[in-house]
Design a protein around this ligand. Structure first.
Ligand code: ASP
Length: 326
């Protein structure tokens, strides 16, 4: 492409008029923004920042993270669904992409059709954690405290549609007792309240809890995965500890607005694949109790299939719990 054509293409791009392979070849020519639909300092934010750094290395451009928290992740998701589909605004979200379509009967965006999938990033175990002086050391003891104290206990979540909300829903159903739910814009800020003792209990990904557990700053009662977690080998699974139906594994995926040109989707997918092999990302994920997914699960097509299957998996569970956001 000549300099003049390139300039013309860039000028058209800035007007939102350029499209097709020529424009895609230039991609990316400026900073990319990944929207995280939760507050800074939480698990989705942590994963997004590692993905931003590693994809940025592959793309040769800066990739920044912008936190748009609120309404269980749906505000940030809406922002991306409504963004210009040019590859410069992406979404790094989690299992909420699969639960929001059932939890919310009305959303300001199409929760499935509004996005192109770039790929699955990681699957992260959840932990049920409590403030340091919570009067229980095991899940069985905690169940007794929950049954006794009920609404006097504060359970934090990141809003309806968040993984922590889903996990709390399953916990309260399994124990058949409700607690007072305190929503935050993400579990980053909620963790600060758990550390200060103003919150009693929370479910959160190991990407946010491992370091606090190992420092003895909070208590861990169970991991909500079918298997124990390598980085927390002494912590029982919820099933082992007596609550078999109480199981959630959180996944994170990368998305672009619907209509993003296929060539740009492919370039982003290649960058994600490179990021998932990046030794710095792999090492940090391991320290936080997780790992990148296998490359064949990180493709746009595989992630779309997985996402659709997860929507179908959670729909009857949420409907049985009878809880809707609206
Ligand atoms: N871990 C949170 C949740 O889904 C969200 C976050 O802040 O990453 O509950």
């Amino acid at each position: 492409m000549t300099r003049i054509t390139r300039r013309a293409t860039l000028a058209l791009a800035s007007l939102g008029l350029a499209s097709g392979p020529a424009f895609a070849q230039q991609f990316p020519s400026r900073t990319i923004t990944i929207i995280v639909p939760f507050a800074a300092g939480g698990p989705t934010d942590t994963v997004a920042r590692l993905v931003a750094e590693a994809t940025g290395r592959d793309l040769g451009r800066t990739v920044v993270v912008e936190n748009v928290g609120g309404a269980g992740g749906t505000l940030g998701a809406a922002r991306v669904a409504q963004a210009r589909p040019d590859g410069y605004t992406l979404l790094l979200h989690h299992i909420g992409m699969a639960t929001a379509p059932t939890l919310y009967r009305r959303l300001p965006y199409d929760p499935v059709g509004g996005f192109e999938t770039i790929g699955l990033v990681t699957e992260v175990p959840m932990t049920l954690v409590a403030k340091k002086d919570f009067p229980a050391n095991t899940l069985a003891e905690a169940v007794a405290v929950i049954k006794r104290e009920g609404d006097r206990l504060n359970y934090a979540n990141a809003g309806i549609g968040a993984a922590s909300h889903l996990c709390g829903l399953l916990l309260q159903k399994a124990v058949d007792t409700s607690m007072t739910t305190v929503p935050f814009r993400g579990t980053g800020p909620a963790m600060q309240e758990l550390l200060s003792g103003r919150i009693d209990l929370m479910c959160d990904q190991t990407t946010n809890t491992t370091e606090q557990i190992n420092a003895g700053a909070i208590k861990v009662l169970a991991v909500t995965t079918p298997e124990r977690v390598g980085s927390l080998p002494n912590v029982p699974t919820s099933a082992e500890a007596g609550l078999p139906g109480f199981e959630v594994t959180v996944w994170h995926g990368l998305y672009a607005p619907k209509g993003t040109p296929p060539e740009i989707q492919q370039r982003l997918s290649k960058a994600l694949q490179a990021a998932l092999r990046d030794p710095r990302l792999v090492q940090r994920f391991a320290e936080l109790g997780t790992a990148p997914v296998a490359q064949d699960r990180a493709t746009p097509e595989a992630h779309r299939r997985f996402w659709q299957a997860d929507i179908a998996k959670w729909r009857p569970i949420i409907q049985a719990a009878g809880q809707y956001a609206d």
